[in-house]
Design a protein around this ligand. Structure first.
Ligand code: MRU
Length: 348
């Protein structure tokens, strides 16, 4: 089964799947401008920490696509930085976006001595493609490491979407499931619905069904009872930012699932590439948490479900404290406690 191409660079153009339309429509969009890329990230047409990093990297290239070749290098750099900072402001929590944009800025710095706008533009594009290809490889490595850890289990629970549609190809939390399928081990995945934007219901189920992997959808408030019935062998989720001590920001509701897993003695794993670890931050309290529009809760998908004018709090992410996490599954291997020393020694 061909894997879905979340984001790709085809014939000189950036293509994404418009994830706001899933599962009803599988539509590919061509993104041609920085503004279109900013909007695509902001409204979650492209989403998931690694995928928005890749999107941001390509966005910086779109931003300099039209700079005249007789512009000065200083003008070129100023335009690049302005667009890079704009893209960087689209979503605050997933560090992968900032990581990828910083990498593009550093690449530009190293290319300036070439003093040739056409050549610099091409090499920036090569770097964005390298970030995309690298994400495919890291996803696969996470999948291999995660499968080793999970191969004696059958039923796993996940929250939100940390699958292929959140990355270049394999995903993070779902990567072990895909690697398992390649090796003949079929996991059964329980997918939390993931209020309010329903990434679990709309996207995780869609991509697993597309891949022929058994999946059962549950509402978020059913996870406790499903665990109590003994149906879950392990929980595995992705991450948007992990600090030096292992505190982990991920989709709102993840913290609750981690508490439930602890209460039921079920291992709780976080799968993430090195680019999701923010070694500049000591602990979860420092992570900026995105707050989104009230309408996502009061009028989700166009149907009003709360009184007009009701006060709403809509954080898109929460932070799971490190003591609830059994292990991190990364492209550099599995990291177990104590995290404060091991995260830095593995990834620093
Ligand atoms: O708001 P979203 O859909 O971008 O949130 C996505 C998540 O929280 C994912 O779990 C996370 O980005 C990891 S993706 C491999």
């Amino acid at each position: 089964m061909a894997r879905l191409k979340t984001i790709d660079y085809v014939n000189g153009k950036v293509q994404i799947i418009d994830q706001t339309l899933l599962p009803n429509e599988l539509k590919y969009l061509t993104i041609e401008t920085v503004n279109d890329m900013y909007d695509a990230i902001k409204v979650l047409k492209v989403r998931g920490a690694p995928a928005i990093g890749i999107a941001g990297a390509f966005g910086t290239c779109l931003g300099v696509a039209d700079v005249a070749s007789d512009a000065t290098i200083d003008q070129f750099k100023a335009i690049f930085i302005r667009h890079a900072d704009y893209l960087n402001s689209s979503r605050p929590t997933a560090v992968n976006l900032h990581w990828a944009i910083n990498r593009m800025k550093q690449k530009l710095e190293s290319l300036l001595p070439l003093n040739n706008i056409g050549l610099i533009r091409q090499k920036l594009l090569d770097e964005a493609v390298a970030i995309l290809e690298e994400d495919r490889r890291t996803g696969r490595a996470i999948g291999e490491a995660g499968f080793e850890l999970l191969k004696n289990t059958t039923t796993i629970l996940t929250h939100c979407n940390a699958g292929g549609l959140a990355t270049a190809e394999y995903g993070t939390a779902l990567a072990p499931v895909y690697i398992g399928a390649e090796k003949g081990h079929i996991f059964h995945v329980y997918s939390d619905e993931t209020r309010p934007l329903l990434q679990g219901a709309r996207i995780t189920t869609f991509e697993l069904m597309h891949a022929g992997i058994p999946v059962t959808l549950i509402c978020d408030n059913m996870a406790a009872s499903v665990m109590a019935k003994g149906k879950i062998d392990a929980v595995i989720v992705g991450a948007d930012r992990i600090t030096r001590n292992g505190d982990t920001a991920n989709k709102i509701g993840t913290y609750g699932v981690a508490l439930l897993a602890k209460a039921h003695n079920i291992p709780f794993y976080v799968a993430a590439p090195f680019s999701t670890f923010d070694l500049t931050m000591e602990c979860g309290e420092q992570i900026p948490i995105e707050e989104r529009d009230a309408e996502e809760i009061t009028c989700g998908f166009g149907k009003q479900t709360a009184p007009t004018g009701v006060k709403v709090f809509n954080p898109a992410f929460d932070v799971t404290p490190n003591n609830l996490i059994t292990a991190f599954i990364t492209d550099k291997g599995v990291i177990t406690p104590p995290y404060a020393s091991k995260i830095v020694s593995t990834l620093g």
